[in-house]
Ligand binder design. Structure first.
Ligand code: GAR
Length: 226
């Protein structure tokens, strides 16, 4: 009988652009420290640079171009079909810049993660680095959360903090956050693959079976997978 612990978790990654988080996940899988099998990378934009990164790693890629659909619901139905063909245990949003319909989100409830460039619940939405600077915040960072119908509002699993430094621009701050995103996302995906994090029926994140009273701070984790 096969040992279920050694069976990698099948995942599908959704992207819209550059794909640096995707590359960090690929690197971690290739290093043998992340037991997932990336069955497909799907982009809603044909020009997304991340498609090339996936292809270079020998991963199946697909484009489901949102501009070819009359409305959001029709696109999400096509996307769902495209994803489900690969029977993933987890859907990973890695810079996937689309608002998702409630029906789509519900279909993947508890098995879809997103990474967002802020310390959620602060600064949901777009343009976080500029808004953090304008607010005069001393700290910024990234969060991984389960996806719910509330944009950037699902239960947060883990966060990585960075200081805001004097003279920071949105670009310098984005670069500092991105470096942490590349460590945080593989960690959260590893926890999911090992069954350590789950979302319960009430929309609460569980860690090792117990409700998380606050997101895990990556700074407190001794060993990162990548
Ligand atoms: C990342 O910073 C990610 O956190 C952000 O888009 C960037 C994608 O970069 N995602 C969101 O803003 C989602 N709301 P990448 O394509 O290089 O991974």
């Amino acid at each position: 009988m096969s040992d279920p612990v050694n069976v990698p978790l099948p995942v599908v990654v959704l992207i819209s652009g550059r794909g640096s988080n995707l590359q960090a996940i690929i690197n971690c899988v290739q290093s043998g420290n992340l037991p997932v099998e990336i069955r497909a990378v799907i982009s809603n934009r044909p020009e997304a640079a991340g498609l090339r990164l996936a292809a270079d790693a020998g991963i199946h890629t697909e484009v489901i171009d949102h501009t070819g659909y009359t409305d959001r619901a029709a696109f999400d139905r096509a996307l769902q079909q495209g994803i489900d063909r690969h029977a993933p245990g987890l859907v990973i949003l890695a810079g996937f810049m689309r608002i998702l319909t409630p029906a789509f989100v519900e279909h993947y409830r508890g098995r879809m993660l997103n990474i967002h460039p802020s310390l959620l619940p602060d600064f949901p939405g777009l343009d976080t680095h500029r808004r953090v600077l304008e607010a005069g915040a001393a700290e910024h960072g990234a969060s991984v959360h389960f996806v719910t119908a509330a944009m950037d509002g699902g239960p947060v699993i883990a966060r990585a903090r960075v200081p805001v430094e004097a003279g920071d621009t949105p670009e310098s701050l984005a670069a500092r956050v991105l470096e942490q995103e590349h460590r945080l996302y593989p960690l959260a995906i590893l926890w999911y693959a090992l069954g350590r994090i789950r979302e319960d029926a009430g929309g609460c994140a569980l860690f090792d079976g117990a409700p998380l009273s606050a997101p895990v701070d990556m700074a407190g984790i001794d060993e990162l997978p990548c």
